[in-house]
Write a protein that binds this ligand. Structure first.
Ligand SMILES: [Zn+2]
Length: 422
């Protein structure tokens, strides 16, 4: 495949393809569709199942707790144990793979796509498995890495497809603040040491940063933000210690190391022309989710900047950061707190909502079922400017020769463009 080609692709399930004969041909003829990315829904052979880190099926809760991330507060990734939170995982045979599947159906869908003359990639998942409940498998666990290697190699070699697209090869989405505190387990402490960092010192520096925010003079903080607060200003003003930056750098490096070893394994078994890569968290926030755009070419054959999830990724993050700051600095008003959040993320030049109500979430956290009011992404939010900014950043930060395939919609609800923008 010539990676310089313009790629027009669509994410579909095997059932979508089989139940809608002629759909791919219609998209091909009318829009130039040349790629279909099929969510993997096949069967897992015994040789791969044997590599599952779960050990038993269904997996025991004890084993899940060993494999999931540990927060810097020493609780499991999702916080205080609560009923049902692990249910989605116990239905799986290994991280990110459900028990049921049909090879016959998947292979039939691949054949339909081939007949339509479009390339086929399979879609599989990585360490983050449930953003809403903050469920993430520890990226330093060797058994989980072995599982993904065995799984991805199987997907790359057994179905005759052209590529493998890995989603959720990142930390928890930034709108769930708890995800920023993962992973502080003993395995990740060893990884940190290999990178020259001390886990205990990094955690102490993260805690120190929260104390410094709480103790900062609110009038001065608002005044600094009123000018043009940048990361350098914040480093000086708060006096953050080095472990804060080391923590987020380590998380990026860990993800990159894992993905590079998985890409090597896939290329070894499926050949160097086989395409392996992952989607890309919005550039303004990506370093906090484990994605450093500059180094994407070291582990991915392409980048797919996610333009979808504007509600969940950038918008809710601004609200959550604003609320977090107000909880620690009660004297800071809502509009100032939101302005500081937007400055930190680099959205300060945009005409962002200045009240939480104007974000259109009704004061509730977003969930798979509640994604805000229908027009929340554009009624007060500068949707087009926000997308343009993150697209421009992605292109500027990604290596020049790395193909970039922006994703206008990837799961969830469609980004809700204003009627005039459709
Ligand atoms: Zn860990």
């Amino acid at each position: 495949m010539d990676m310089a080609d313009k790629v027009i692709g669509i994410y579909l399930g095997a059932k979508d393809v089989l139940r809608n004969p002629g759909y791919l041909e219609a998209l091909r003829d009318r829009l130039g569709l040349n790629l279909v990315i099929l969510g993997f829904s096949g069967e897992i052979p015994g040789t791969v199942r044997a590599q599952s880190p779960f050990g038993t099926h269904p997996v025991s809760e004890e084993r899940l707790h060993e494999l999931l991330c540990r927060h810097v507060d020493e609780l499991p990734s999702y916080g205080t144990p609560r009923p049902g939170v692990l249910d989605t995982q116990t239905l799986c045979i290994g991280p990110n793979v459900a028990e049921q599947g049909s090879d016959a159906e998947l292979r039939a869908a691949i054949a339909v796509a081939r007949k339509a003359g479009v390339r086929v990639w399979l879609l599989s998942g990585g360490w983050t498995v449930d953003d809403f409940n903050v469920l993430m498998y520890c990226p330093s666990e060797g058994a989980t890495l072995n599982w993904f290697e065995s799984l991805y190699t199987h997907l790359a070699t057994d179905y005759g497809v052209d590529g493998l697209d890995i989603t959720h090869a990142r930390y928890i989405m930034t709108s769930r603040s708890r995800g920023l505190g993962l992973c502080a387990c003993a395995r990740c402490a060893r990884t940190a040491a290999q990178h020259g960092h001390d886990m205990g010192q990094m955690i102490a520096d993260l805690r120190d940063a929260v104390v410094r925010v709480r103790r900062a003079n609110p009038k001065h903080l608002v005044e600094v933000a009123g000018h043009s607060l940048g990361p350098m200003d914040l480093l000086q003003f708060l006096g953050l210690r080095p472990g804060v930056l080391q923590w987020f750098e380590l998380r990026c490096r860990l993800m990159e190391h894992n993905m590079a070893s998985l890409r090597d394994a896939v290329h070894r078994s499926a050949g160097p022309a086989f395409v392996f890569g992952t989607d890309t968290y919005p550039a303004s926030l990506s370093v906090l989710a484990g994605h450093n755009h500059r180094r994407f070419g070291e582990f991915s054959d392409f980048a797919s900047p996610l333009l979808s999830h504007v509600d969940l990724f950038p918008m809710e993050t601004m609200v959550v950061w604003g609320q977090w700051l107000m909880a620690r600095q009660p004297e800071i008003c809502e509009s100032d707190a939101l302005r500081i959040a937007c400055r930190l993320a680099g959205y300060d030049a945009l005409d962002m909502p200045d009240t939480i109500a104007d974000f259109g979430f009704g004061g509730r956290p977003l969930t798979p079922d509640w994604r805000g009011e229908d027009d929340c992404e554009w009624r007060h939010n500068p949707l087009r400017a926000m997308l343009r900014l993150d697209m421009a950043k992605a292109r500027l930060y990604l290596p020049d020769d790395l193909p970039s395939y922006p994703i206008s919609q990837g799961g969830g609800r469609a980004t809700r463009l204003a009627p005039r923008d459709r």
